[in-house]
Write a protein that binds this ligand. Structure first.
Ligand SMILES: [Zn+2]
Length: 317
């Protein structure tokens, strides 16, 4: 009940996020008076990750899994994120990683004591091989349903990058095709028992990109608290060499709308498909750990600045 109430409040908040700036939603205790979180069970696991991985590390390099907070877990590689959200009625996995990551992600889930066969949904950030390349293998291993945006669906089902993707001519390898079981719209809430995860369409880096938000709550053995999580897609203006964003005003508009959406999201924990894009390793070694005591507004500003820089560079050429 407790979890449900927070999840519902957060979902409502996010439904409005695209239109108007939000006031601070009602939330759990630590948001009013930010303070460093109590040493969580996962602290040692995070230190192990820091010991094994570098910033902007290799995509297929094995990493030890760790607890992000409560029922949210990092199960990806050193260079590519996969997040497991666990619940009594099954689990949700966001992103699978490069094809070689499939056995690593499965091993990480097992190392945390979870059964990968309890994963009911596999979600995506964006339809590039480094984030959804292991979807087919993980679907086969878990029996989970694949969840994607309408735009990403044909890419996942053919394994071929879309012709209108800025990286269409960047030499991406084809992926093993995988059937999409469920298409989500912008603002749609995916429910699994007490878990509720909200989809946000954030095109820009790719046409079908999605970001996700949810409340993560402490485990029964931990002090009771729920925090707002955001898994925000890459939103970096990366492209094939001959692609100019300035030649595609519709893409630039989509990009800016997505970044504006991200600016309005309020979160206490931020995870990005490439961990270092959201400064994950730097935060881990800081005073507050991954808890963003000043919120995640900085990330939207950073994205906006980088897009401006890219467009200015194109214009100057
Ligand atoms: Zn990408």
């Amino acid at each position: 009940m407790f979890v449900k109430a927070f999840a519902a409040a957060f979902s409502l908040c996010l439904a409005a996020c695209t239109a108007v700036p939000l006031s601070e939603p009602e939330s759990a205790g630590p948001l009013a008076e930010p303070s460093p979180p109590a040493v969580v069970k996962g602290h040692e696991m995070q230190m192990a990750f820091l010991g094994a991985c570098e910033r902007w590390d290799e995509w297929a390099k094995p990493a030890p899994p760790f607890q992000l907070m409560g029922n949210s877990w990092y199960v990806g590689t050193c260079g590519i994120s996969s997040v497991l959200i666990t619940g009594e009625d099954g689990h949700i996995l966001i992103d699978s990683g490069v094809p070689e990551a499939a056995p690593l992600v499965l091993a990480n889930i097992a190392a945390l004591g979870f059964d990968a066969k309890d994963i009911r949904y596999i979600l995506m950030s964006h339809e590039h091989f480094d984030h959804v390349g292991a979807h087919a293998a993980l679907k086969e291993a878990t029996g989970a349903q694949i969840v994607a945006s309408q735009k990403a669906k044909p890419v996942l089902e053919t394994g071929v990058i879309a012709a209108d993707d800025p990286q269409a001519d960047a030499g991406h390898p084809d992926m093993t095709p995988v059937k999409v079981d469920l298409v989500v719209e912008d603002g749609e809430v995916l429910s699994l028992g007490q878990l509720q995860v909200t989809a946000h369409a954030t095109p820009g880096h790719s046409p079908g990109a999605l970001s996700w938000t949810w409340w993560s709550c402490s485990l029964p053995s931990e002090p009771p608290v729920c925090n707002r999580f955001a898994y925000i897609d890459s939103l970096s203006a990366v492209s094939a060499d001959d692609y100019r964003f300035t030649d595609h005003p519709e893409m630039v508009r989509a990009f800016r709308t997505s970044i504006d959406k991200v600016r309005l999201l309020q979160c206490d924990y931020l995870v990005t498909p490439h961990p270092s894009a959201g400064s994950m390793l730097d935060l881990m070694s800081g005073e507050y750990g991954l808890f963003l005591h000043k919120g995640c507004g900085f990330y939207g500003e950073r994205l906006s600045q980088r897009l401006d820089e890219r467009l200015a560079k194109e214009t100057a050429k």
